[in-house]
Ligand binder design. Sequence first.
Ligand code: NAP
Ligand code: HSE
Length: 420
Amino acid sequence: MIRVGIVGVGTVGKSVVKILEKNKDIISARAGKEIVVVKGAVRDLNKKRDVDIELTDNPYEITDSKDIDIVVELMGGVDEAYKIVTRALENKKAVVTANKALLAYHRYELQHLAKDIPFEFEASVAGGIPIIKALRDGLSANHIEAIKGIMNGTCNYILTKMALEKVDFNSVLKEAQELGYAEADPTFDIDGYDAAHKLLILASIAYGIDAKPEDILIEGIRGINSLDFDFANEFGYSIKLLAIAKKIEQKVELRVHPVLIPKSQMIAKVDGVMNGISVIGDFVGETMYYGPGAGGNATASAVVSNIIDIARGGKCSPMLGFKRALESGVSLASFEDITTKYYIRVRVEDRAGILESIAKLFKEYKISIEYMMQKPFDKDGAALLLSTHRCIERDIQKVLKELYSREFVKEKPFMIRVEE
Ligand code: NAP
Ligand code: HSE
């Protein structure tokens, strides 16, 4: 018998208890052992929750219990979770976590501490999609050329609703929270941090990059408005929040930001709360993974798969094994060197000569314009929406700064990168 203790019996924790109960037969057959939840830890013992397990408000009763073999950390947050996972590993307990924020900061230390003790985190990236197993096992023969993913269900839900139903940002965010998709602090979702945490985990497995969120480019979806969707529709693009890892020679670009992406690409068709990840390996070519990236049941499906792996005695290759890539000279690329196409929205006074002045500025930086449209904005203003051919990020940043300094520009220009 394998005895499980769960620290955090919230959205995901409750679903873990339910799957282990409801699918008990098939799970014990596949694990080769019975799996029993012994105890759960929560913050508030008085909260009503529809699962029937013994509860404590002291997580260390779980990490230190002689009657528990696997500690499942589902409380979220970084510092307290780090202490709890550390204590569990020091006590030689196997650990399963879905906590990408914790892993974004401490994955190498925890993996190092775990040594041969199982330390698993399938649910930390893309909820129910077994992307970590795919990268670690199924694609382990390949050099990974690129990973591009819609890895935040909340943002994808919001962007899909904004595109299809023209609803306002705040009311869709509220819906996503009620449906259990959003993080406790939803700014993590909409400002791109949650997707960045997941990207960092995948980048460790693919490239051995030991970066922190502060080291990479992270932009969220707050500034996007209906004009951007008008432009995207007109020229055949969807707007998505993408997490991108791209290897160019010995440099790896890691970035999270909204993109305009051609509607014909498979990833552009990933809508609602669903996640989709494209991984390109040098021998396999492009592979694509699709599924529910958030929500209690989908996430718990991945958590329980790790519990079953541990019960079987199976061990995935550790993350540290991949750190050698870093030692062999792979390093983070500077985001100023990104080369792509750009979409720019700029609100200007609607009068003769403005367009010429903007065109001259782009010419100065040898940036060529691909598409353009203009929409009346207010009484004497217009929104100029344009996209460029490929150019380098540092030039676009200079152009945006220059534009903002012109007296005919009415608000800070807004830019979205185009990923083709
Ligand atoms: P949640 O609903 O907020 O649940 C968190 C649970 O942890 C609650 O039961 C809470 O107790 C408990 N808790 C918090 N601090 C605690 C402490 N100091 N001591 C004891 N218990 C404590 O969160 P969730 O959505 O289930 O997410 C859990 C983890 O899974 C997070 O790391 C999250 O990023 C990750 N994840 C979530 C999803 C998703 O779709 N929700 C998907 C993938 C990964 P109370 O109930 O008493 O407040
Ligand atoms: N808040 C996350 C999301 C949960 O919206 O994708 C899954 O990690």
